[in-house]
Ligand binder design. Structure first.
Ligand code: CS2
Length: 487
């Protein structure tokens, strides 16, 4: 695609000339914005979701600019610094809409001291995080894994933290030592009871370095749970070009997401918490029911679609949903195996929610790659599928679809090992070794995978009913892969 001749580089100066018919620009004076939020992990999801809520809040309250801190990479800082920390959000619906988001006041990495200064600022009221499931460094019992190399390194030296837990403990220590007001720490990752798990991890870490600090954190810092939702496919070159062509503003790292977006926050927040309900966030005392419904229905279906879709030769979620047999199987699984065991939070009709999810998965405007969702299976499967399987087996509910999703993950690992393709997963090396040692016999292959205690709790892996179902499902996925059977 060739770019329109009138394209300019996105920055504060070019923003003034932007055509409002083509792109919406911040509805506030950025020079008056203060930094009230420190966000750890300012990846695509944060910029598509939370930053959009703060951008809309800034239209009436200048206190909520965001300082984004990356722990592992300087790529975002390098990309958006020349753009004065502006970027474009493409909202993918029947018609694509574009907005320039101005909420990021600063992007830095842990290597420089900027995050310390923000922790020490009286303007700071909120620390948020999107660091993915593996970023919490939790063991299979959901408590802090003290043997994790990043945690071990941070216990010795927090000059430049390697882990989000070390960074939070150090930031809170600075704040406590300076006698500043408490803040809220809000996790926005796809983990059940995410706030409680984060709190326990930060307390365990801080108790190991300074008991007085952990006492202070325990008494005054709140860690609400939250549920976040918006489908955010990774940006590719074609999106970069189409954004520039549509808006007239050329830029390094635009973000895209579906039009739907939701943020449900536990209404147990600290002093000075922003009024996010003004921009559509839901404050509730029952966030865990929302989390559970979303993680099991949306993310459980997503992971099943990813591994099974790849086995059947599909590339994207909407492509896989065009396969009527696969879409039908996902619907049945969501209805009979997942929703049947859920308690609906007030205001959520589980049937309508399931229908809406299927429609979102079908959205033809979104090319959400199955390979993106397939990342980090060892961390995602326990939360998305295995917890439901455990409960269903106890309650006598069916598990065939769920077991097929888990078996499709095993086969994904096996095929990757055979093809020599890398997988993205904290257990990648071990999984690929397991995949290479498989011999395509359901009994022995399943047994090898079930030994991975980080994924399969021993109490589940030792249940004969589970093992038999997994062997059946593994054989089923092999037959689907080879075309011997149809869904
Ligand atoms: C997806 C999620 O990549 C994945 O694993 O299931 O990122 C999903 O798109 C979001 O949770 C939707 O809110």
């Amino acid at each position: 695609m060739t770019l329109a001749l009138s394209t300019q580089k996105l920055n504060t100066a070019s923003l003034a000339n932007a055509d409002p018919q083509r792109v919406a620009v911040p509805a506030y004076d950025r020079s008056t914005v203060r930094t009230g939020v420190l966000h750890i992990g300012p990846g695509a999801f944060h910029r598509a979701h939370q930053a959009d809520y703060f951008d809309r809040l800034l239209a009436s309250d200048p206190r909520w600019g965001i300082h984004g801190v990356s722990i592992k990479s300087a790529a975002l800082r390098e990309a958006i610094r020349p753009q004065d920390n502006l970027y474009t959000l493409a909202i993918l619906d029947e018609q694509v809409r574009y907005r320039v988001i101005g909420a990021m006041t600063q992007v830095s990495t842990v290597q420089d001291d900027a995050w310390r200064n923000t922790f020490l600022s009286p303007d700071l009221h909120l620390v948020t995080l999107t660091v993915t499931e593996k970023g919490y460094c939790l063991g299979s019992d959901d408590t802090l894994d003290f043997t994790h190399p990043d945690i071990a390194a941070d216990l010795l030296d927090r000059t430049c933290p390697s882990s989000v837990i070390g960074l939070l403990a150090e930031g809170l220590r600075l704040r406590h030592a300076a006698g500043l007001a408490p803040i809220t720490v809000l996790t926005c990752d796809n983990l059940p009871s995410n706030g409680r798990k984060l709190r326990e991890a930060v307390l365990a870490f801080s108790a190991a370095i300074d008991r007085e600090l952990s006492g202070w954190i325990s008494n005054v810092i709140v860690f609400p749970c939250s549920m976040v939702d918006s489908i955010t496919p990774a940006t590719d070159d074609s999106r970069r070009q189409s954004v520039a062509a549509a808006t007239g503003l050329e830029e390094n790292w635009p973000i895209q997401r579906e039009a739907f977006s939701s943020w449900v926050i536990e209404d147990r927040t600290g002093p000075g918490f922003p009024d996010l309900s003004r921009v559509g966030a839901i404050m509730t005392n029952d966030v865990e029911a929302h989390e559970k419904a979303k993680l099991r229905l949306l993310n459980g279906a997503h992971s099943t679609l990813a591994y099974l879709g790849l086995a059947l030769g599909h590339q994207t979620v909407s492509g896989a949903m065009q396969d009527a047999a696969l879409a039908g199987m996902i619907d049945t699984m969501m209805h009979r195996e997942i929703a049947s065991g859920l308690r609906a939070p007030q205001g959520l009709d589980l049937n309508a929610y399931r229908q809406a999810l299927l429609k979102r998965f079908r959205n033809p405007a979104i090319a959400h790659r199955l390979s993106q969702i397939a990342w980090d299976g060892s961390k995602k499967l326990p939360i998305r599928l295995l917890d439901t399987i455990t409960e269903n087996l106890d309650a006598g509910r069916p598990v065939d679809g769920l077991a097929t999703g888990v078996a499709a993950w095993m086969r994904f690992v096996r095929r990757s090992a055979l093809n020599g393709s890398a997988i993205t997963d904290p257990l990648a090396d071990r999984l690929i070794r397991i995949g290479a040692a498989c011999n395509d016999r359901p009994e022995s292959d399943v047994a090898r995978f079930l030994e991975v205690g980080e994924v399969f709790a021993p109490s589940l892996a030792s249940q004969p009913a589970f093992v038999t179902r997994m062997e059946w499902a593994y054989a089923r996925v092999m037959a689907l892969e080879s075309g011997e059977e149809q869904l």
